[in-house]
Write a protein that binds this ligand. Sequence first.
Ligand SMILES: NC(=O)c1ccc[n+]([C@@H]2O[C@H](COP(=O)([O-])OP(=O)(O)OC[C@H]3O[C@@H](n4cnc5c(N)ncnc54)[C@H](O)[C@@H]3O)[C@@H](O)[C@H]2O)c1
Length: 398
Amino acid sequence: MALGVDLDVNKVKAINAGRSYILDIKEEEVRPLVKKGFLKATDDYSKLRDVDAIIICVPTPLRKTKDPDMSFIVSAAEAIAKNLRKGQVIVLESTTYPGTTEEVILPILEKTGLKVGRDFNLGFSPERIDPGNPTYMTHNIPKVVSGQTKACVDNIKLLYSQIIGKIIPASSVKVAEMVKLLENTFRAVNIGLVNEMALMCDDLKIDVWEVIEVAKSKPFGFMPFYPGPGLGGHCIPIDPLYLAWKARVYGFEARFIDLASQINSDMPDYVADRTARALNRSGKAVNGSKILIIGIAYKRDVTDTRESPAFEVFHKLKERGAGISYHDPFVPTIKLNGQVLKSVKLTAAALKDKDCVLILTDHSNIDYQFIVENSKFIFDTRNALRHIYTNRDKIERL
Ligand SMILES: NC(=O)c1ccc[n+]([C@@H]2O[C@H](COP(=O)([O-])OP(=O)(O)OC[C@H]3O[C@@H](n4cnc5c(N)ncnc54)[C@H](O)[C@@H]3O)[C@@H](O)[C@H]2O)c1
């Protein structure tokens, strides 16, 4: 039996009613599990006394100062400690800086008088899920595991091998914590590099998308990354900064991370500028123009808007006096400065009325041909219109 503990009572209620609140997980998968009593949710931590294994996957955001906010991990560990019993396995899956499991969680759990390796098992196993990816899901993404002692690793391996095909043990907890940060830093740095290439190509009047397309014919030593309006989501913009923070504690300056973070976080500004330049070419000022944003979610085919660069682009253009609306089939409403905005319907009239249609997320269930046929001008930051061969004169790409 699996028990989910969450402080959000709405999520608890949804699960117990057999409903899924995660797009990738279908209701038909959740309902029978709940019905048969295999899956339950609660906000009551005392129920943890009854379970054999506890997986911690609470948020790890940044504070306003860009330092790690460990409060969720600390409060979860404290609540677990109150209910800890001999024989339990505790695994941290939240992405965090190397040392968290040993320096933050272990002391909280050992304060109970129980000892790791002897009385309970503790380790770290990074969450590697890729939301919206239909090919790689929990069961077929290799699982990196680690533990404080040999017994801990063995028990954690046993736990995950029940449901995951390939288990990769790391020799220490810190290695496993660092693995996740290397993976996400690799993405952030490469996206930063390709965003810089896009800016360069704009100046050099070279099509960056074609450059990537042709470069990717190389069968070794190259992996394509694509430019865009900036980084979003709960992981890639944040995780490298966890690592940079920890490195700074040791007097080490993580230059690649800082540079990539700077380039990526400047992208929304650049997109707003390019939109203004394009409007200007057709004799329009941003002030008073009507812009329709396509895609508010941070990436294709997800409902998640956390850290989405679309919000910053929205604000930058609004600051300059543009009237902005949005369309996102995955995000029916958004809240901006206390105001609720609704995703507008993609009708010919709505498109014809706009001075610019700005594609920020390339969801796959949008009729791009219809957009091109009915819009005056489109700025495409995702190359979503690559398969549309008519009306190319109306389209500008990042
Ligand atoms: N979502 C992903 O695709 C993904 C991928 C890789 C890694 N991660 C990592 O996993 C962690 C969680 O991310 P997420 O996207 O699932 O976050 P989320 O915000 O969607 O979910 C976290 C849940 O934890 C609950 N919570 C907060 N404090 C709690 C507490 N003390 N006790 C019990 N529940 C508590 C929240 O109510 C929320 O429902 C983060 O560290 C993230 O970096 C997420």
